[in-house]
Design a protein around this ligand. Structure first.
Ligand code: PMP
Length: 459
């Protein structure tokens, strides 16, 4: 006979939790979530205005995904890849490949964004070794940028705060400025600015010695580090051209921007640029399970497999339950035209956010693509001078909104030039009425913030 262990959930002697995250700050426990809403255990309702961390793309508790997971759970939840293949992984790889540009059709599953980036870096390196280019190892990235918390991904991340404690453990990788054109006050046209920023990659490759450079990694639409940063159109093709010129690989980190959030499956489709490797996670399984993928051009994968195999892998790779969930998520996105909705509702939300600039002179910029949107607060819109640190805007405004039942996502960064940006990225199922709800709560929050911080307001 078995007895059931009753886990009490009791806290330590002084009532302290045994669980810890980054800081001591705690949040109320979640009770349930449905659609774009979440309820805590006290019964308070929140509108998930950032889809968690830009994850819950199809909303919470989607019946089709739950049913697909239940069916798979009844069959098998785990199959170690060295012992068994599994159908959900095979099908999800095929479905993903179908959504990629021509040739980008080899899919490697992982459990999250950092693992996807690690896999991309390692595949790029192994491709170079397998093709007689072993002198190539430097991966150029942008500053600011975020590519993950594991040490390899952190080495190419451009966020000083995240990497500083680990500096002696990290390989120093070259960085070029991210195209934060909205801060520039020169007389160039946007297209000229785009080319100027892209050409910094060529300069850096020359400085490093082109024969030593392996790859360039960038987020097509910036995420946590820059707040939905979009470069001028000219930037994307020029970057591809420079990579080709020097024979270096282009990695698009679409962990946040991919899986449909910007209105296309890959954000890079907006500019018609084909990378050599793409990383996906977050919206790929939309929070139902931990899942990510690295998708690579077969031109890279074949030589690596021929040379003895990809020396990399994680235990949960291609987990059947995770892939069954991912496949159902993809089905929901495609069958309900959620990418079309992201584009339409994103357009509406972007216009509403831009409309706020008349009332709040301290909103310096509104930017993004589809439902990957952000606004930035400044002391002066003309100079784009950030708000004083003492305003603690990125924390305060989020807390005020949270109190009113609206979840948004914020960071204070812009590289060296600190600025407070706020991502407003509801699930791709959001309706026009729900955009109205977001705007009501956001306006009330901005009013309260302006009042407390003594910032000017229009009508
Ligand atoms: N790349 C990008 C662009 C991201 O936004 C993130 C997560 N914010 C990561 C990588 C790392 O993903 P994870 O937190 O799932 O490891």
């Amino acid at each position: 006979m078995t007895t059931q262990h009753a886990f009490s959930g009791a806290r330590g002697p002084d009532g302290e939790s045994h669980l810890f995250y980054q800081t001591r700050k705690r949040r109320p426990p979640i009770d349930r979530a449905e659609g774009i809403y979440i309820w805590d255990r006290a019964g308070k309702r929140y509108l998930d205005g950032s889809s968690g961390a830009m994850v819950a793309n199809i909303g919470h508790s989607n019946p089709r995904v739950l049913e697909a997971m239940r069916r798979q759970m009844e069959k098998a939840t785990f199959a170690y890849r060295l012992h068994f293949e599994n159908e959900p992984a095979e099908r999800l790889a095929a479905a993903t490949a179908e959504l990629m540009p021509e040739g980008l059709d080899k899919v490697f599953f992982v459990s999250g964004g950092s693992e996807a980036v690690e896999s991309a870096l390692k595949l790029a390196r192994q491709y170079a070794v397998a093709t007689g280019q072993a002198q190539r190892w430097k991966v150029v990235s942008r500053y600011p940028s975020y590519h993950g918390g594991t040490l390899g991904a952190l080495a190419v991340t451009g966020m000083a705060l995240m990497s500083a404690p680990f500096a002696p453990m990290l390989r120093d990788m070259p960085k070029i400025p991210a195209p934060t054109c909205y801060l520039d006050r020169d007389s160039l046209t946007p297209e000229e600015r785009g080319l100027r920023y892209a050409d910094m990659l060529a300069d850096e490759i020359e400085r490093q010695g082109p024969e030593t450079v392996l790859a360039f990694i960038m987020e097509p639409v910036g995420g946590a580090s820059t707040g939905a940063l979009v470069a001028p159109d000219s930037y994307y093709a020029r970057i591809r051209e420079i990579c080709d010129r020097y024979g270096i690989l282009l990695i698009h980190d679409e962990v946040m921007s991919g899986a449909g959030r910007t209105g296309r499956f890959l954000a890079s489709e907006h500019w018609g640029v084909k990378p050599d490797i793409v990383t996906l996670s977050k919206g790929f399984a939309a929070g139902y399970v931990p899942l990510g993928a690295m998708v690579a051009d077969r031109r890279l994968v074949e030589p690596v497999l021929d040379a003895g195999g990809f020396v990399h892998g994680h235990t949960y790779a291609g987990n059947p339950l995770a892939c069954a969930a991912g496949l159902a998520v993809l089905g929901e996105v495609l069958d309900n035209d959620l990418m079309g909705n992201a584009e339409r509702i994103g357009g509406l939300l972007e216009a509403e956010l831009k409309g706020l600039m008349a009332r709040y002179p301290f909103i310096g910029d509104v930017r993004g693509k589809g439902l990957m949107l952000a606004f930035e607060l400044v002391a002066d819109r003309d100079t784009m001078e950030p708000l004083p640190v003492g305003h603690d805007a990125h924390n305060r405004l989020v807390e005020i909104a949270y109190g009113k039942g609206l979840i948004i996502y914020s960071r204070r960064t812009r590289g060296g030039r600190k600025g407070d940006h706020f991502m407003v990225c509801p699930p791709m199922i959001a309706t026009a009425a729900q955009v109205g709800e977001i705007m009501d709560m956001l306006t009330a929050s901005l009013d309260e913030f302006a009042e407390a911080a003594k910032l000017p307001r229009g009508n």
